[in-house]
Design a protein around this ligand. Sequence first.
Ligand SMILES: Nc1nc2c(ncn2[C@@H]2O[C@H](COP(=O)(O)OP(=O)(O)OP(=O)(O)O)[C@@H](O)[C@H]2O)c(=O)[nH]1
Ligand SMILES: [Mg+2]
Length: 281
Amino acid sequence: MATLPTFEILGFPVSLPILIISLLAVVIIPIVLGTLFSSGKKPGPSSVILLAGPRDAGKTSLLLYLQEKTLIPTQTSTTPATVKLPPSALSPADSQDDSAPTKPFHIRDTPGHPKLRSTALDTIIQPTESCIGVVYVLDSAVLSTQARITDTAEYLYELLLAIQKRYAVLSESTTSTEPIPLLIACNKNDLFTALPSTKISNLLQTELSRMKETKRKGLLNAGAGENDDEDMDHVLGDETSDQITWDGLKEFGVEISVQSGSVKSGAVDGWTSWMSACLDA
Ligand SMILES: Nc1nc2c(ncn2[C@@H]2O[C@H](COP(=O)(O)OP(=O)(O)OP(=O)(O)O)[C@@H](O)[C@H]2O)c(=O)[nH]1
Ligand SMILES: [Mg+2]
C-alpha cells in the first residue's frame, strides 16, 4: 500500500490529510463564525434621507406628501418613523419623468420637540447608520420673532455639529469622504408672513455665528486649555473665527442648500430634485 507523503513543519512530522484539514479549519472557521455573528446584528436600512427640524415645521406632512401627493392631516410626532419609498415618490405628481432615480430609498421622519431631538442627532452621529442627506424643514412664516429664529438656529447648530463629527470620524477611516448634503427646506411659503429663502439663509448664518461666538467665549472664559481638542468639538467650523458661512462649512463636511417650498401648495419639486441628486451621488 502506498504511504501518504509526510511534511515536516517546525520540526514535527505532519501527514498530508492532517495538513489539509488544518488549512481548511484556518480558512473556514473564521468565515462560519463571521457569518453567525453578523447575522445576529440587523443592519439598518440603506440610502436614508433624514428629515429633521423644529416642531410643526411640516416634516411629517412632507413625508406623507411624497407618499400620497397631497397634504394629509398629521399629529405631533413622538417617535422616529422610517419609511421605504419607491423612486417614483420623487417625481412630480403629474409627471411621466423617467429621470428619477431607479433605486428605492428610505426617509426617516423625526420629532421636532426639543426633548426628542436626539433621535435625529443619533442617526447622524452613528457612522455605521446610512445618512445620504439631511433635509432640515423649517416654518418660514414664524421667523419674524427672535425666539423662533433662535430655536430654529439652535437645532440646526446641533445637527451641523453632528455632521461635522461624523465627517471627521469617517475621514479618519476612509480616504475619500464626501461632505453630507443638507437642504434647508423653507416650508409654508404659501403663508403671507413667510420670509423668502435668501432672507432666511442670511438670518440663520448670522444667528449661527452669534451662537458660535457665545460658545467660544464661554470656553475661553472657562479656561479651555487642558482639553482643547475635546472642548473645540463643540465649536462648529473653523476654530479661529466666529463667522459661520455655508461656504466655510464645506471643508468641515457639510454642503448646504436653501430652498423655499410649500407642502400645502404641492411646491416641493426643488426639494425632490435635491433628494434625487443625493440618491444619484
Ligand atoms: N400653511 C401650511 N401648513 C402646512 C404646510 N406643511 C405642513 N403644514 C401644517 O403644519 C402643521 C404641522 O405639520 P407636521 O407635518 O405635523 O409638522 P412636523 O414638523 O412633523 O411637527 P413635529 O412632528 O411636531 O415635529 C400641520 O397642521 C400641517 O398641516 C404648508 O406648506 N403650508
Ligand atoms: Mg411630525
